[in-house]
Design a protein. Structure first.
Length: 101
């Protein structure tokens, strides 16, 4: 049986942890509305915005890092800052959560 050199294991462990983190982020992105808040989750990250602080929702193609899995995004602007999300059906998301004005 072939044995890997001992100095390979730390790099392998780091690479597996990084791959696991990326997989967790990409498989767990979700958006929820509840108890007066909009919440976006992606892996270990959680972004919470009070519904009353949301001033604008618009389409965006901004490539900045965010809990959005697509570049076909929506930007939610609030007093706490801007948040980019990418629901599968943007129009249905807007209607379902009362963001349509």
């Amino acid at each position: 049986m072939l044995e890997a050199p001992r100095d390979v294991w730390p790099g392998l462990v780091v690479a597996l942890l990084a791959a696991g983190m990326v997989a967790w982020i990409f498989t767990s992105a979700c958006y929820e509305i509840g108890e007066g808040y909009f919440v976006a989750r992606s892996g270990p990250f959680r972004f919470r915005r009070p519904l009353g602080s949301i001033s604008r929702v618009r389409t965006s193609r901004n490539m900045i890092s965010s809990p959005a899995l697509s570049l076909d995004r929506m930007e939610i602007q609030s007093r706490a800052g801007s948040l980019l999300i990418s629901p599968r059906d943007k129009a249905a998301f807007l209607r379902a959560h009362g963001f349509q004005r």
